[in-house]
Write a protein that binds this ligand. Structure first.
Ligand code: GMT
Length: 376
């Protein structure tokens, strides 16, 4: 198949999932064309069968706001036509699904028929999408896609609740490429951060408000009172300054380390003893899955799709949003005992295996084929 993938290039989960999906399809021999405004962070543009098409936005002075959706639409028309694509898969509804719809209409006028798959990832529905200023466009674009997928049952339910969706929504959960984690070698991170053999706690996110990273610091403050430990914070974003201030206020800056944005997250995760994800809302929680794939138990909130990913009392524990005491108590119960820690680490890995890309990616492949075949 000749596949077009439209995604955000940034560190967010939707771009990561789109990239990993495309790379796996390419490794199976399909031609995969990534279309985005800059090179997706996890993309290897030199991989066989992978192509990258950049959307360059005009900065003509007349435009106070650059018309990104229009240049994306034109790029989609051009790539579908010139690369003879069979299918276009857009990740994140805004503005990718509506741009794809417009491109589809332009191409249809030229006798070219391209099926569109739209994958909903979370904030496109739960935060941004239900904003009244976007809602009509999103509803329309979802209904006009040839197939719609959501990354969790929870996100499917939210979509049906917030939007008047007529189209079937297929749940295809996010997945993980276990080879990244299995091939990791000891890399000295524990020696560097845990000179006296403490426990290593981690968090990874884009530091947006929805992630409640301040809660991570508060939970960790309680953990380190009972279990000698260090916290590594991976990622960066708008809330970082507030979190840094909180660490100073808590007087534990020497135990909290900000790593910033990092591509090779597995290098760090494989060293962790515990992962914390205390988000306000999370349609899936890819970071939690990445931690479990590294054999790291997860302390998370019980919001959105997280209960579908993290199993309470097995791969970690779930608590209500903002319940710092409960999350700290659960974390300590795992970290304080070598036996509990070993059991939860093994369970985390077992849970992650359910989301092995070898089980999930064929579901996308089958979906693509079901849409392409009737056109042949
Ligand atoms: O979490 C973010 O802010 C990034 C966002 C994205 O679109 O990149 O993540 C969403 O999609 C991920 C991949 O499907 C999910 O794992 C995240 O749970 C979801 N984020 C939220 O729902 C807040």
């Amino acid at each position: 198949m000749r596949i077009g993938i439209v995604c955000y290039p940034t560190f967010g989960g939707s771009g990561v999932v789109a990239t990993e999906l495309g790379l796996e399809m390419a490794s199976e021999g399909h031609s995969v064309h990534f279309i985005s405004y800059s090179q997706p962070v996890r993309l290897d543009p030199y991989a066989a069968n992978v192509f990258y098409h950049e959307v360059s936005v005009s900065n003509y002075p007349l435009f106070d706001y650059s018309p990104y959706e229009l240049v994306l639409t034109s790029k989609l028309v051009s790539v579908v036509k010139n690369e003879n694509l069979d299918i276009l898969h857009v990740h994140y509804a805004i503005p990718h699904a509506s741009a794809a719809y417009m491109a589809k209409q332009i191409l249809a006028a030229e006798g070219i028929h391209i099926p569109i798959v739209c994958t909903l990832h979370g904030t496109d529905i739960t935060l941004v999408g239900k904003d009244a200023s976007f809602e009509p466009v999103i509803t329309f674009a979802i209904n006009k896609s040839d197939a719609v997928t959501a990354v969790s049952d929870s996100l499917k339910a939210d979509t049906l609740e917030y939007f008047n969706v007529k189209r079937e929504i297929q749940v295809i959960p996010n997945f993980i490429d276990l080879k990244y984690f299995d091939s990791m070698k000891p890399n000295g991170i524990r020696d560097r951060y845990l000179p006296t053999g403490e426990r290593l706690v981690m968090h990874l996110s884009n530091f947006r408000k929805v992630k409640r990273v301040e809660d991570v610091a508060l939970i960790f403050a309680k953990i380190q009172e009972k279990v000698p430990s260090q916290l590594l914070l991976m990622g960066d974003g708008p809330e970082r300054n507030n979190v840094e201030k909180m660490c100073r206020d808590l007087g534990i800056c020497d135990r909290i380390h900000f790593l910033g944005k990092t591509k090779k997250i597995e290098q760090f995760l494989v060293n962790a003893d515990l992962f914390i994800l205390s988000s306000e809302t999370e349609s899936f929680g890819l970071a939690a899955l990445e931690a479990m794939a590294a054999g790291v138990p997860v302390i998370s909130t019980n919001t959105g799709g997280l209960p579908e990913v993290n199993k309470h009392g097995f791969s970690g524990y779930l608590s209500d949003v903002g319940d710092i005491d409960s999350m700290a108590k659960n974390a300590i119960s795992i970290l304080a005992s070598d036996e509990e820690l070993a059991k939860f680490k093994a369970n985390a890995r077992v849970q992650a295996l359910k989301f092995d890309l070898k089980k999930i990616v064929p579901q996308y492949e089958a979906l693509y084929r079901s849409l392409i075949l009737p056109l042949k």
